[in-house]
Design a protein around this ligand. Structure first.
Ligand SMILES: Cc1cc2nc3c(=O)[nH]c(=O)nc-3n(C[C@H](O)[C@H](O)[C@H](O)COP(=O)(O)O)c2cc1C
Length: 203
């Protein structure tokens, strides 16, 4: 198993021993601008495929646009200007949508977003292991995305993702260096409560 990568070590110090993949994953913005062959791209969706979901509904759907195809420009223009700037070097842009109703009885699926989130994380972790950038984005025009990408009414628009080959640190421009940073997290005690919301787990 790969250990904790040097690049994250100074910022990310897990309080408990965990699989290093969790701290090795982060969201760089600098990508090489190369295409990705299906041999590197499709395993990300294969990883997502095995995510858990309520009733095994698998509510996630991924609509992808590969660079150097007409779709890429259509997807790129949905993003905020800030995201467009760095995403122009992505190999693939994708939209995640999630089915709001259960296929078994058309009842509302109250956890479809939660399940789509699991699938996205699987994708991000698989990409991290492969040295790829897998960067989630909420900064895009949701209504335009729905129309442009022909998302059916019973699906929610969730998020967009940029995937690409990571640009090596030695090749980063000063702007690219300034535009990405490895982040820390609040302590686990601020997210995990004992018995009632807000109650300290050590109390
Ligand atoms: C659903 C979602 C939406 C996000 N939206 C954006 C975005 O629009 N633009 C951007 O540059 N980063 C975006 N991010 C990246 C987050 O800022 C980043 O995940 C967070 O700061 C934690 O950093 P890390 O992923 O490097 O650990 C988004 C991440 C997620 C999961």
């Amino acid at each position: 198993m790969e250990g904790i990568r040097d690049e994250v070590k100074s910022v990310r110090k897990p309080g408990w021993a965990i699989n290093p993949i969790f701290v090795n994953r982060w969201s760089p913005r600098a990508m090489t601008g190369e295409e990705l062959p299906d041999e590197e791209l499709m395993p990300l969706f294969e990883a997502a495929r095995w995510a858990p979901s309520s009733f095994n509904e698998q509510p996630w759907r991924f609509i992808i646009a590969k660079r150097n195809t007409p779709d890429f420009g259509r997807f790129l223009q949905l993003l905020t200007p800030g995201n467009q700037a760095w995403c122009s070097n992505a190999a693939v842009l994708l939209l995640i949508v999630s089915k709001k109703t259960l296929s078994r009885n058309d009842a509302p699926n109250r956890v479809h977003d939660f399940d789509a989130g699991s699938a996205w994380m699987s994708m991000a972790l698989e990409g991290t292991g492969r040295g790829l950038v897998v960067h989630g984005m909420g900064g895009f025009d949701r209504e335009r995305a729905r129309t442009e990408i022909k998302v059916p009414d019973d699906y929610d628009v969730e998020a967009m993702v940029a995937i690409g080959r990571r640009k090596p640190d030695s090749q980063l421009t000063p702007e690219e260096k300034a535009n990405q940073r490895i982040s820390d997290r609040r302590p686990v005690e601020e997210s995990v409560f004992k018995g009632s919301f807000g109650k300290n787990i050590r109390a």
